[in-house]
Design a protein around this ligand. Structure first.
Ligand SMILES: NC(=O)c1ccc[n+]([C@@H]2O[C@H](COP(=O)([O-])OP(=O)(O)OC[C@H]3O[C@@H](n4cnc5c(N)ncnc54)[C@H](OP(=O)(O)O)[C@@H]3O)[C@@H](O)[C@H]2O)c1
Length: 244
């Protein structure tokens, strides 16, 4: 990233699925985008090769103790980010009673604890600039519930609570904090759903279809744009009317 005037954005889980769509949309908007996840995928490589103003940085949110050092390295290399998109997450589905403690711990660590730590260190750097945008990717499941996803739901509800209080904390410093709650999208995360479950979700949605990753990515584009300067502490649902 040579031009210091270009705003740069960190997207966790930017290697595939919704994160990849967000990376592409933000790079198209002229931001320099850091896609961070464990695996450098062919898809992210292709975006970089096609000339996108994008870099990939390895990050494992399971290793919470490494997050502070990671943020220091990233800020040393690229400067203070304009925005952080907390998109990376995992979902171990299963009935709570039979779920391994290690799986419960992993979901909460990756989806909540590490996202909070990342936000702590990055927002601290944003304070000096008195500007910044934080977008947390939640889920409609935080408020609707879904059989077999109680821990995942807890993690997403935690992010919504985090969003609202942090918005109050950072508002006077001109940093906005919002959540986006997508409905079901076809990505690796939802690949466990069978045809029947997908059809049922579509049938129950006002628009009779699923939301697409690009449609959720456009909400991120909007939230970090100047047009959304007065929006903070909100949860925007994008679910093709599944919860309407
Ligand atoms: N798909 C849906 O129906 C749906 C619905 C509502 C909300 N969401 C939310 O949307 C967001 C994106 O989900 P998706 O559907 O795009 O899922 P996905 O295709 O499974 O992608 C998840 C992303 O998170 C990254 N990730 C997972 N574990 C990580 C770790 N330990 N450290 C760093 N990165 C990690 C993955 O990269 P690596 O594996 O390379 O680390 C990947 O880039 C999530 O917050 C999810 O909860 C999804």
């Amino acid at each position: 990233m040579s031009d210091k005037n270009i705003k740069y954005v960190i997207v966790t889980g930017g290697s595939k699925g919704l994160g990849l769509a967000i990376v592409k949309a933000l790079a198209d908007d002229g931001y320099y985008v850091i896609a961070a996840s464990r695996t450098r995928t062919e898809s992210i490589d292709k975006l970089i090769q096609d000339g996108g103003s994008i870099s990939f940085e390895e990050l494992d949110l399971k290793n919470s103790e490494e997050i502070h050092g990671w943020v220091k390295r990233i800020i040393g290399r690229y400067g203070v980010p304009y925005a952080l998109i907390n998109n990376a997450a995992i979902a171990h589905d299963g009935v709570l009673g039979t779920m391994h403690e290690s799986q419960i711990e992993e979901v909460l660590r990756v989806n909540v604890f590490s996202a909070i730590l990342l936000t702590k260190y990055i927002s601290r750097a944003m304070l000096v600039r008195r500007r910044g945008r934080i977008v947390n990717i939640s889920s409609i499941i935080a408020s609707t519930g879904y059989n077999g996803l109680s821990v995942y739901a807890a993690s997403k509800a935690a992010l919504n609570g985090f969003t609202k209080s942090l918005a109050r904390e950072l508002g006077r410093l001109n940093i906005t904090v919002n959540s986006i709650a997508p409905g079901y999208m076809e990505t690796d995360m939802s690949s466990g759903l069978d045809e029947m479950q997908l059809e049922q979700i579509q049938r129950r949605s006002a628009l009779r279809r699923l939301a697409k990753t690009d449609e959720v990515a456009s909400a991120v584009q909007y939230l970090i744009s100047e047009k959304a300067s007065a929006i903070t502490g909100t949860i925007i649902t994008i679910d093709a009317g599944n919860t309407a």
